[in-house]
Design a protein around this ligand. Sequence first.
Ligand code: SAH
Ligand code: F3S
Length: 495
Amino acid sequence: MSRQVYIETYGCQMNELDSELVQGQLEALGYGFTTKADEADVVLLNTCSVREHSEHKVWSYLGRLGHAKRDEGREVVVGVLGCMAEREASNIFTRMPHVDLVCGPSMLDKLPSLLENVVQSKSRQSALTGHTARRSATLDAAMDGIEAMDLSRAFSPYANDRESGHVRRQAYVRITRGCNKFCSFCVVPYTRGPEVHRPAQHIIDEVKRLVEAGVLEVTLIGQTINHYQHEGTSFARLLYRIHEEVPDLARLRFVTSYPRDFTDEALDVMAACDRIGKYLHVPAQSGSDRMLKIMNRGYTLAEYTDLLDRARARMPNIRLAGDMIVGFPTETDADHDLSLRLIERARYKGCYIFKYSPRPGTVSSRRFEDDVPDAVKRERNQSMLELQNRICLAHNQSLVGQVLDVIVEGESKLRRESAPIDGVVVGWAKKDTTRLIGRTEGDEIVAFDGPRSLLGTLTKVRAMSATAVTILGEHVGERQQKADHRASPPQVDGP
Ligand code: SAH
Ligand code: F3S
């Protein structure tokens, strides 16, 4: 029987995509994949280093695997992939001698040979790049090993598992790797290396093949995605080309945008192309110019809000999302208030809020003491979350009555018996239906009752009520929507 691999993925979309590519690559070589970690012959952890907490989870998982190997005699190959492998390689081998291989995110194309070597030679293997210093030159991604891995992506018909209630019709496509920004708090430029842009034609071909395999929605990914530039193709041009050259792609999205260098041209393309999602994830990190400066973000609050204004002027319905860090060194209550004011002004559809976590090797960890006490960080985190939740609720409620385009992603775990979502009971699904969950182009989560045949389709749902997290709706389908038929409220045929 083939060797069975279990892969656990931490962190960002980039890691999710990397794990998918690793799986495709290993499957092509005859490895099997299992979802049962305990039964696997190979356990791979695709790791994240962005916050200390992310690394903690990996250390403790590695500790458990060490116990199983050492004390229970389990035979398993253990591999650490991703950002933590790049950052902590020698530490990992010292602290966790049962780890067999480490492989940095820019070296994943080497993984199959590392695995083979571990088995053949019974020795530890590592593949790291050691990105340490700033490199300004944009490398040519045309044909390095990692580009070959993106190109060799498996295009099997997309997981269409109606039985498990999860149907995937979305895919990530990388357009840039790495980051040149060196925000003072961030490890990514050290772990993922300098910014590298993929050739436009490679990207477009990949999107085409995904769509042929059944994908409805593609999310382009990159750390500072609007910096994309390859042989005269700008980000705006790339978006436009994908939209025009892949007409069967139902929805095109992208993350994450960097607040500087977002051109009007790119906003115009978004506004003009109806299948490009009106969604912009553009992290601010802080609303205080003093903080932005020592974070080395490279823009002011005014420049940031100018981008939001330019986006809203062209697309009044655009959904904006952000990231915020609370408790960055020297942050005062007044700085925090400026961040809260920015959140009010931005009216984010969603905002990820992080407590500052000093990362070894970064400028902020060297230059500043982590001087905001954890209790204060927690308080600021809480006050920001509460504000953002109020905005989310108001935003979702403002959509009530509208008909939304929803890609149906899965079945709610809360089946018709219980059916409360966020504590709100909206009745029970009819017998031949189930509770479905999907997403809008603006990344809103929509729950509604409908037949399972809707899984993996793009359909229309009327928003009926909303919580801060979920919009509850009714399926209206295509025809009713045209006649603007307002369906009757959910029928209760429960107990
Ligand atoms: N441009 C990237 C950012 C990667 S890190 C992307 O989103 O793809 C994601 C978020 O983590 C950042 O926007 C920032 O808000 C947060 N973050 C990064 N380093 C951090 C640190 N040291 N402490 C707390 N939050 C951090
Ligand atoms: Fe990190 Fe700043 Fe780049 S947050 S990924 S260094 S844009």
